[in-house]
Design a protein. Structure first.
Lengths: 576, 106
């Protein structure tokens, strides 16, 4: 057997996407004589949710347009009150300087003729959307900064397990997905930036890799943090997005909305006051989609040809540029036809909803030396700018932590047993093919976990996910790429079990469609105005428990708190 | 025992296994295998334009589904994992790549 590849570093960042790029850059800037290692499953130049750029910032708090307190209120409403406001406020206060820093790296935001940030209103209450019509090369600019400051980058290495010494983080193990070499990294602090659990549900098209999220993000971070004993939260608050039907990418209402586009039903009528993605909005969307006036469409055919062309130019060069090719293939012209929308598969992603590894306003998880940022950390509706900002916050926290006590040692026994687990599928070349088990896992996620939820269905799903552990142990792989997919099946299974258990635990409905329980259709603030957290128990089983909502730092009155429950446009009273 | 039942000649009207548990166990020791064949894949490479020795697209792919064919030294889609993100197409220095929508979502 080939020798392991070994690295030793001060700070280790796992995942070089949105959050990880900034975490690595900021850590290295502050540590000129120290080492920062970045492990990336793909290649940093094209990895993560913004591999092909981004068309805008969805949550910019620009002085003069909004205040951090207004933003905290808006996100509290959009999450039916179950938030750690301190963590949102930390983002809100620090994100404007992040925008300025991004500009210094060459990122371009839309400005008005007078040079002001060109803020648009998409949210239900305030104005927070800052377009980036030239946002297609943002990942290249970040990669340039990573190289400039001297971050050591290892591409095509996936992390598999977090190593602990007496409960403190001391490193990770990994796999080079091209060579099949086993990797061991010793680190004083680890920042997890592994993105969403994007391969949880199966897209309605049946195409495994046709996910909303970048399919590299299989829930690696959620599962590794769970296995390391970290707390996860709001897992039952699923991510479900309104997307282009079949293409399964964003439409995107945030781009077309400011130009005058909006969501309509099959009768061509608007039915929602706001196209900003929230659980409550998704409930109205879902009702309309599955009701007598479904399907639902994005309407742009009333706009001037120049406007339609400009929307097309943005949609076809950033984020998911193949949107144009998809529509061309079906003969859909934004200026002529309505664009059909549908709901996405379920996923876990704090960037859009609230599920994630529990972090506080310093980006700390509940495991010492372990930090998390971006779509996998629990700060709700954090989007791209939240990932950047929390990447920076985590870097600062990790820098404060290292040097306090660096005596932790890697346990050779733990490395050995993980090496055995990781490489085992290669010894079973005739084992179950990874894509088959993945399909089966994700099909069961759709069958049993997709809202509307009920205890009977959730329990049936959970029964299978537990049984699937046996199937994971029979996976076979014939090359390192297959081995990566096999290891991802284990991450997907862990996430599915978490999603089932958390959904069963919260016996009420909340966050609109995200956690709609048919057997408990009402919101029950008396018993459930709490986070549902989960962690790996000492006995090896998943423990679920209530965690109180931290006292608000920005108070809301009752009317404000329920604002997002009034998204639907009321029916016109019939004329007598 | 299970192996013996698995390889037993099937007689019409008779059960091949003495119980469904045994049948299920046999399925575990002898899983189905898929036979390789050519597929209509999303990433199309114009080999005239593709430069031998270049591997920009292989490095760009976020799901690592591309590789260089060792004999002809040209890029091709090796694994059926395409996310139709267009990174390979956008980054190819000679415009040799065209990405088609995967059939299931076309």
């Amino acid at each position: 057997m080939a020798d392991d590849i070994r690295f030793e570093t001060d700070i280790l960042v796992i995942g070089g996407g949105t959050a990880g790029s900034v975490a690595a850059i900021k850590a290295k800037e502050a540590l000129p004589d120290g080492t920062v290692l970045l492990l990336e499953k793909a290649n940093v130049k094209r990895s993560g949710a913004i591999a092909l750029g981004m068309d805008g910032v969805n949550n910019a708090i620009i002085p003069g347009h909004s205040t951090p307190e207004q933003y905290v209120r808006e996100i509290t409403m959009a999450n039916d009150g179950i938030v750690n406001q301190k963590a949102i406020l930390a983002y809100a206060q620090q994100s404007f300087s992040m925008i300025q820093e991004l500009e210094s790296w060459g990122v371009k935001f839309q400005k008005t003729a007078t040079g002001e940030y060109d803020i648009k209103k998409v949210h239900h209450q305030g104005s927070y959307v800052l377009p980036m019509p030239e946002g297609y090369d943002i990942k290249k600019l970040l990669t340039r900064a990573i190289r400039r400051v001297g971050v050591k980058t290892e591409n095509r290495v996936m992390a598999t397990k977090i190593l602990l010494d007496e409960g403190r983080t001391v490193g990770v193990t990994g796999l080079n997905i091209r060579t099949g070499e086993f990797v061991v990294v010793k680190a004083k602090a680890v920042i997890l930036c592994c993105g969403a659990a994007g391969r949880l549900g199966l897209p309605a098209s049946g195409y495994l890799m046709g996910t909303y999220e970048n399919p590299s993000n299989a829930g690696d971070g959620y599962a590794m943090a769970y296995r390391a004993g970290a707390e996860l939260t709001n897992i039952e608050c699923f991510q479900i997005n309104p997307l282009l039907k079949d293409y399964n990418g964003p439409a995107c209402a945030y781009v077309s909305g400011p130009f005058g586009g909006y969501t309509v039903n099959a009768r061509g009528n608007r039915f929602m006051l706001s196209d900003y993605w929230s659980g409550q909005m998704m409930m109205e969307f879902y009702k309309e989609l599955t009701g007598p006036n479904g399907p639902v469409y994005l309407k742009m055919n009333h706009l001037a040809p120049e406007t339609v062309a400009e929307i097309g130019r943005i949609l076809h060069t950033t984020e998911r540029p193949s949107r144009g090719r998809f529509h061309a293939g079906r003969g859909t012209d934004y200026g002529e036809q309505l664009v059909e929308l549908a709901v996405s598969e379920i996923g876990l992603c704090s960037g859009h909803s609230a599920s994630g590894v529990w972090v506080n306003e310093r980006g700390e998880t509940t495991v010492p030396g372990l930090y998390a940022a971006g779509d996998m950390a629990s700060v709700p509706h954090n989007y791209m700018l939240g990932a950047f900002t929390y990447g920076s916050i985590c870097a600062r926290s990790a820098l404060d932590y290292i040097g306090q006590d660096d005596s932790g040692q890697i346990d050779d026994g733990a490395v050995e047993s993980e090496r055995h687990r990781v490489l085992a599928p290669l010894n079973r070349p005739n084992g179950i093919q990874p894509h088959l088990l993945e399909y089966k896992l994700r099909r069961h996620v759709n069958d049993y976990l997709q809202p509307p939820k009920s205890a009977y269905r959730l329990q049936r799903g959970l029964d299978y996910f537990l049984r699937a552990s046996e199937e994971v142990a029979q996976l076979g792989a014939t090359d390192p790429h297959d081995l990566m997919r096999a290891l991802e099946c284990s991450f997907i299974r862990d996430c599915a079990e978490m999603a089932a258990r958390a959904s069963l635990f919260r016996e009420e409905s909340r966050w609109g469609l995200y956690h709609h329980r048919q057997d408990f259709p009402d919101m029950d603030d008396e018993n459930w105005f709490v986070h549902v957290n989960l962690k790996l128990g000492r006995d090896g089983t998943m423990n679920l428990f209530k965690r109180s909502v931290e006292p608000y730092v920005v108070p809301l009155d009752e009317t404000e708190l329920t604002n997002y429950r009034r998204i639907r446009i009321p029916a016109e009273p019939a004329i007598a | 025992m299970i192996e013996e039942q698995r390889t037993k000649k099937v007689v019409a009207g008779q059960l091949k296994f003495e119980s469904e548990v045994a049948a299920a166990s046999a399925a575990k020791v002898a899983p189905n295998r898929q036979v390789s064949r050519l597929f209509d894949v999303p990433v199309v490479v114009d080999e005239e334009r593709c430069i031998s020795g270049c591997h920009v697209c292989v490095e760009s792919c976020p799901v690592d589904c591309l590789a260089i064919e060792t004999e002809r030294r040209k890029a091709y889609m090796k694994f059926d994992d395409c996310w139709y993100c267009l990174a390979c197409e956008v980054d190819c220095p000679t415009n040799a790549i065209t990405v088609k929508m995967p059939f299931l979502i076309r």
